[in-house]
Write a new protein. Sequence first.
Lengths: 111, 114
Amino acid sequence: AQSVTQLDSQVPVFEEAPVELRCNYSSSVSVYLFWYVQYPNQGLQLLLKYLSGSTLVESINGFEAEFNKSQTSFHLRKPSVHISDTAEYFCAVSLTGKLIFGQGTTLQVKP
Amino acid sequence: DTGVSQNPRHKITKRGQNVTFRCDPISEHNRLYWYRQTLGQGPEFLTYFQNEAQLEKSRLLSDRFSAERPKGSFSTLEIQRTEQGDSAMYLCASMILGTGNTIYFGEGSWLTVV
């Protein structure tokens, strides 16, 4: 069975500092991997995804994630965060067309 | 694309009442999903449709829950005899099968059972 573990429930960080949100997954077969972001009282927005090919994927707003098959990880990183990045971030895996989500990580960016 | 549309956005109901949520997926998206999300948790899969066929239901979907997608377009999620534990946000999402497995979510419907 597939599962997703987000290792940190909350990550406080100062503005302009780098950040890494950790995600590990469990699956016996190849999977597709996703990061979604959720702002307060809103639905989920796709941030980036890994389907195949280059293991480093990037989003349009400066986030990147690297697929590491040997460590079964898909950590999300950003070299310099902004106040507006404060949100809930969810890692997810997909195999049979549905998404299985982790518990989420709250990114709190402080001025 | 106009995005996935859900209504009502908020619903407060008394325990024991029935509620129905509607989801309009992105046009031509053949897959439609329902998820439930409680505070501080990740979304939990409930069920999904491919066109009008309901292909999978989670064990979370008790007999009080029923979902339909009668014409392969919009979908409804009905909860009968609501309980306080049903209080959550119900998320709808849609996808075109075979185009990169990207699932797009709506804004969600908040249910509060009092």
